[in-house]
Design a protein around this ligand. Structure first.
Ligand SMILES: [Zn+2]
Ligand SMILES: [Zn+2]
Length: 450
């Protein structure tokens, strides 16, 4: 980071936003009076909670998959228009951009995701999803098992509370509803559709949070990398189909797929530095139609995760070599190996994260703490930051502390995001999320009238 002493606003006007952050981090323009502000925020959040819970349960019962989130986007757009935001829909296909000007000051981006996952919910909740949709040609159940529904409720509550408190800050809000976060490139779609050019330029700061399997009511933060890089892999093995009784007439792609799934883990255990983070997961295998037919093709889908670019290259190379080697062993044609340019790690800006952590600690005390490790999951919020905007990404606990304690007593891990049993406890999760995000945004805004 470059040290800088110029006022934030003139730097922002000159487009030197990253430098401006250093100025803020090194010498805060003013410390937010968290102690006197918190009761006002809590009162706003309590008053708005019934609306947020109703919205949360509605979104939970009506999940939509990436780039199909038309009902969801329309709901959020209506909420924001009612508050007085200028709303543009269809940004990056199904994304929403809501802008609110409240005097001079920085433009601050706050992101929620809109999309759900192609899987069946098994929480047993009264408001559980029964929705279905078509996903890459197949009908599937749809479920908000990543918690993006809670993020949307928090996002609208944050906007509402910030507007109620608008006499206390000055600047511009850029609230965005991002489509297709789950590996489908929604952040890139919004940027390619002019997110940073059509709505007043690049924001000065970008914030987001994600609910996870910590205790509800907790908020955690961390400097530097917070999520992993994730590259998608699709490998297609080509064999030769035959009768199940005549394997000698075939080149068996099911056997190739099985061998690949086992052998690719040796890239992790034998090729990667054991101190470096790296995960290869094969999450889907498609092949064949009957027990007595050797099929002619097998397709595998997976992800390759890492924090370090050198480790990433090594893993991708290992995946490719293993696939080619497996096909060569079988005497099969070369497989099709598709390694996607996936999400980059989310890297929190050290100065902005430090400033945010100080405010959250003052407000939440022991409920706010530093996270010891980054998440192994990945997130395309990194795209908004990589485009040259300092960002901070927070983690929010979501699970019922009583159920967490029961899981621990049984020696079982709690349900994580993407589990069919993942079920955030709405009230403490949503309230903590809104309080944290309102403080985080106000913490980088000058007081009104300055
Ligand atoms: Zn997810
Ligand atoms: Zn998510």
């Amino acid at each position: 980071m470059i040290a800088a002493v110029k006022p934030v606003r003139s730097l922002a006007a000159a487009g030197l936003l990253t430098v401006a952050l250093s100025a803020l981090g090194a010498a805060p323009a003013r410390a937010l009076d968290v102690k006197s502000l918190t009761p006002a925020i809590v009162a706003e959040v309590n008053a708005d909670y019934p609306r947020m819970e109703a919205l949360y349960k509605d979104l939970h019962s009506h999940p939509e998959l990436g780039f199909q989130e038309t009902r969801t986007a329309a709901k959020l757009a209506a909420e924001m228009r009612a508050l007085g935001f200028t709303v543009t829909e269809g940004v990056g296909r199904t994304g929403v951009v809501a802008i609110y000007h409240n005097g001079p000051g920085p433009m601050v981006l706050v992101r929620t995701e809109l999309d759900a996952l192609p899987m069946k919910e098994r929480t047993g909740l009264a408001y559980a999803s029964e929705a279905k949709a078509v996903w890459h040609g197949h009908e599937t159940y749809v479920t908000h098992s990543c918690g993006h529904d809670s993020h949307m409720a928090i996002w609208t509550g944050t906007a509402r509370a910030l507007l109620s408190l608008k006499a206390k800050w000055s600047g511009t809000l850029m609230f965005i509803g991002q489509p297709a976060e789950e590996g489908e490139g929604g952040a890139r779609a919004m940027l390619a559709d002019g997110l940073y050019t059509r709505f007043g330029g690049k924001p000065a700061y970008a914030f987001a949070l994600h609910v996870g399997s910590g205790p509800a009511g907790e908020i955690t933060y961390r400097a530097g990398p917070v999520t992993s890089a994730a590259d998608s892999l699709t490998i297609t093995f080509y064999g030769r189909g035959a009768h199940g009784s005549m394997p000698n007439q075939s080149i068996d792609p099911v056997l190739m797929a099985a061998r690949f799934v086992e052998d690719v883990q040796s890239v992790i255990s034998r090729e990667k530095d054991p101190f470096a983070f790296g995960v290869v997961t094969i999450g889907a295998i498609q092949s064949g139609s009957a027990g007595n037919i050797i099929p002619d093709v097998a397709e595998l889908k997976g992800t390759v995760r890492s924090y370090d670019p050198v480790v990433r290259e090594r893993l991708l190379d290992g995946v490719r070599r293993t696939a080619l080697g497996v096909a060569a062993m079988a005497g099969a044609p070369a497989p099709k190996v598709e390694l996607g340019d996936g999400a980059w790690p989310v890297i929190n800006d050290d100065a902005l994260e430090g400033r945010t952590a100080t405010a959250l600690k003052a407000a939440f005390g022991e409920r706010a703490h530093e996270s010891a490790q980054p998440w192994t999951a990945s997130e395309d919020f990194s795209e908004f930051v990589r485009a040259g905007v300092p960002g901070t990404y927070l983690s929010l606990g979501g699970l019922d502390p009583v159920l967490l304690a029961a899981d621990k007593a049984r020696g079982e891990p709690p349900p994580t995001n993407h589990s069919p049993f993942f079920a955030p406890l709405p009230e403490p999760t949503i309230k903590t999320g809104v309080e944290a995000m309102v403080l985080t945004v106000m913490n980088v805004m000058p007081p009104s009238g300055r």
